[in-house]
Write a protein that binds this ligand. Structure first.
Ligand code: GLY
Length: 605
């Protein structure tokens, strides 16, 4: 049939041609016209085929790229990144009209119920605030050594270190969290104090579902098992809580309820203070009502530095973390280290050498600014940075024993926690707070329902001996009554062209500054998206021990090359301890990246 039709058509066309083209040019014109139409159609079709081909190729490349890389959580208005489900407490307060500071206080109290691993009612920390109008401050609510503390308090008669800075009632510094939150509240908050505590009181009194991660933390803690009250509170009739179980914390709910009703002084001069002192006295602890009454949180001026077109607002002493971040960035800027590429032996080597130099200084010079003079300006001075950078051999490791601090003159887990909040007005709050060890010293205060810190271990108990984090520290960080121990916590806020760009920080003791540094560099120098930057494997060097610890995920070839450059490389099975929570504000989008090394979550609207 088809064949016949074609024949019929040909015959018909021949007839038509004969009728309509009696002269040669009459044949020629339609022929040219037809050829032209054919040519144009051919070019058009080829173009469509070409465009489709290129688009398919691009799509394949894009899909391959997106498929292999986790994306951050996106939100338009506000975002909270915190250990879950405390993030919900922050969002609830934001939705009720609170600002980022209200939300930070709400999350900080809620963590005591759902993340007692680091919920620091019995501890302390740092809050870095940048309001949308540009006001920036750093609230220091780090614990203080009790009045009865003394330089040699953790040494035995023979001068050997005891475990008392880590275990038992004498390991606690005077808690600062409630005063810190109160100071932030008085300056910036929009909601009443009690409204910011309400979500935490609800969680503790009505109960919440135990997550898998929380259940695992409870099961694997050795410090909780040592304390009878912790065994009562954090076990369910002697058995471990399982994921999915409901946990209710009536003692904690009552303590939080009193703080909500009577105000922050309840913790320092009220019934709570009296109960804490009674328990301290009964168990040989040092903290008294006098210590509690005397405790004050203070505002400090944040440190500021630049890297390329970014302004980094960083934690001042008694954090050593901010100085570290700024010093390491300054040594890296202009070095060209990044040209070797992420994960290359050359770039890891260079960054590790920069880390080594910072820790040699950190451990030697820094302490509580209320007690010692920190050489902050000298440590960040461009000529000093140039001198330190020029001592780096790009091919060979510098043995730490040949590298001292530069000025003329830990086998540990991530027990701290960090959270970031941006509200719909653009106010930004980054908080890192801690009990020091996981569940602090493991002691729950009877009747009060919260755990105590063992922050006294962050002091130099004996010069030359490593602490819980393997830090070998110096005289400026020696123990004195009323003094704050040096910290590595580094809540940081980054501006790009003077606009809010990034909130970053994390737990992990001595490993915090190096982890924060690497995630920042992953975004700024290696072009990673925020989630990719957080997920990427990390490494750490802290001068002593003289070794690079590396997470899984680096190429064996790079590790072999690092060894050939003279580095001892310790390949760790788990995470290299520090856990980074990252919030990026890129134009109108908030992008949240919680770190899979813990149980954080980014949530927003
Ligand atoms: N307790 C850990 C730190 O402050 O660095």
């Amino acid at each position: 049939m088809i064949h016949r039709s074609h024949e019929d058509l040909a015959t018909k066309n021949t007839k038509l041609t004969k009728v309509r083209s009696p002269k040669p040019f009459a044949f020629f014109v339609p022929f040219v016209a037809k050829s032209f139409v054919f040519f144009v159609t051919f070019v058009a079709k080829s173009f469509v085929v070409f465009v489709t081909f290129v688009a398919t190729l691009l799509l394949l490349v894009f899909v391959a790229r997106v498929d292999g890389i986790r994306q951050p959580v996106f939100a338009r208005h506000a975002m909270v990144i915190a250990q879950q489900p405390a993030d919900e407490a922050g969002l609830a307060v934001l939705r009720k009209g609170g600002n980022a500071v209200d939300a930070a206080i709400a999350v900080g109290f809620a963590l005591n119920a759902v993340y007692p691993y680091a919920g620091a009612l019995g501890g302390g920390g740092f809050m870095l605030v940048r309001m949308a109008d540009g006001r920036t401050t750093f609230i220091d609510f780090r614990e203080k050594a009790p009045g009865a503390a003394s330089r040699g308090m953790y040494l035995d008669a023979a001068g050997n270190l005891t475990r008392d800075s880590v275990e038992g009632w004498r390991s606690s510094g005077v808690p600062g969290t409630v005063k810190g939150f109160a100071l932030a509240h008085s300056k910036f908050a929009k909601l009443p104090w009690a409204a910011d505590l309400a979500p935490a009181i609800d969680l503790a009194s009505k109960g919440f579902t135990v997550s898998y991660g929380f259940a695992e933390q409870l099961k694997t803690s050795r410090s909780l098992a040592r304390d009878p009250e912790s065994t009562r509170i954090w076990l369910k009739g002697g058995a471990f809580y399982e994921a999915g179980d409901r946990m209710v914390l009536p003692d904690l709910a009552r303590t939080l309820g009193r703080i909500a009703k009577n105000g922050p002084d309840e913790f320092y001069t009220g019934d709570t203070a009296a109960m804490l002192e009674t328990q301290m006295q009964a168990h040989g602890g040092l903290i008294t009502r006098t210590d509690l009454t005397a405790y004050a949180a203070v505002e400090r001026t944040p440190l500021t530095g630049t890297y390329r077109n970014y302004t980094v607002i960083a934690a001042p002493p008694p954090s050593a973390g901010g100085i570290g971040l700024l010093q390491m960035l300054a040594m890296l800027e202009g070095s060209g280290y990044e040209k070797a590429g992420f994960g290359s032996a050359a770039s890891i080597h260079y960054v590790a050498e920069v880390m080594r130099r910072y820790y040699a200084d950190r451990n030697t010079y820094l302490g509580d600014p209320d007690f010692v003079t920190n050489p902050v300006t000298a440590l960040l001075a461009p000529p000093y940075i140039t001198q330190r950078r020029s001592s780096i051999d790009p091919e060979r490791a510098t043995p730490s024993k040949t590298l001292g601090p530069g000025l003329s003159a830990s086998a540990e887990h991530a027990e701290t926690t960090h959270y970031n909040i941006v509200d719909a007005d653009g106010n930004a709050v980054a908080v890192t707070y801690t009990l020091n060890g996981g569940f602090g010293n493991g002691i729950t205060v009877p009747g009060l329902g919260f755990l105590l810190n063992n922050e006294m271990d962050d002091f130099t108990s004996r010069p030359g001996s490593p602490n819980l984090f393997g830090l070998v520290q110096g005289e400026p960080n020696a123990i004195l009554p009323g003094k704050r121990p040096l910290s590595s916590m580094a809540p940081s806020i980054v501006l790009r062209d003077n606009d809010l760009y990034m909130l970053i920080g994390g737990p992990g003791g001595s490993r915090i500054p190096t982890a924060v540094l690497q995630v920042f560099l992953n975004v700024v120098d290696f072009g990673m998206n925020p989630q990719e930057a957080v997920d990427a494997p990390r490494f750490h060097h802290q001068w002593l021990p003289d070794a690079i610890s590396v997470e899984r995920g680096f190429s064996p070839d790079a590790i072999a090359l690092l060894k050939s450059r003279g580095h001892e490389v310790r390949e760790e099975q788990g995470a290299v301890a520090a856990v980074v929570e990252l919030l990026v504000k890129d134009k109108e989008w908030l992008q949240g990246a919680a770190d899979g090394r813990r149980f954080g979550r980014a949530a927003g609207y």
